[in-house]
Design a protein around this ligand. Sequence first.
Ligand code: DC
Length: 228
Amino acid sequence: MSQPSRIAIDGPAASGKSTIGELLAEQLHYVYFDTGVMYRAVTWAALQRGIDLADEKAVTDLAERIHIEVTQPTVADGRQYTVYADGEDITWQIRRPEVDHGVSPVSAYPGVRAALTAQQRRIGQAGRIVMVGRDIGTVVMPDADLKIYLDASVEERARRRYREIRDRGEPADYDHILRDMRRRDRIDSERETAPLRPAKDAVIIDTTAMAVPEVLTEVKRWVHQSDP
Ligand code: DC
């Protein structure tokens, strides 16, 4: 039995994908790649350029032209990586509430998805990677060696996002976060192109009542069990 080389982790917002994905990649000495960053970068760039997010053609053109790069962290400020869009460091800008709000409609555009999915597939081909998103196991790497789908109740996920924002020292309103989370869940899972859903062969883990170390142990059990 050999260790899976291409690992997909999917799930809704704040289900623990990025925390678990990063820890798992670190322990396996794999590359960690969070695909949500790319949809966020397109959204932020569109807002910056004054492009109406409802203008599908303009947003799609932007997604096809923009150069997004994700590197090792360049500043020790708690970031998991540094994100550049056309050379500008936008690592923290893509976490702003206006991006949270605008990213689901942007990621529902088929042309945006086609442009970003092509880049993600290229990145995945090298192997020894933990790739995190919504459609990694279903669309980006349908032949991944291991597919994990992390889930949690919407209330628990809103609590996690609330704590994350507060921990960064920013103001946060739980009810608002919960409402926005429900809206994003709906858009992400009802869109026609690559909707959020577990792949048929994914391992589904409900993390609602689980702490991070427990989830990591469970995921690692599957890593050591799976036979690509
Ligand atoms: O994981 P996240 O919250 O950073 O993702 C931001 C948005 O991007 C989310 O609303 C859905 C979308 N997304 C997607 O459609 N497909 C992916 N592979 C990753 C993210």
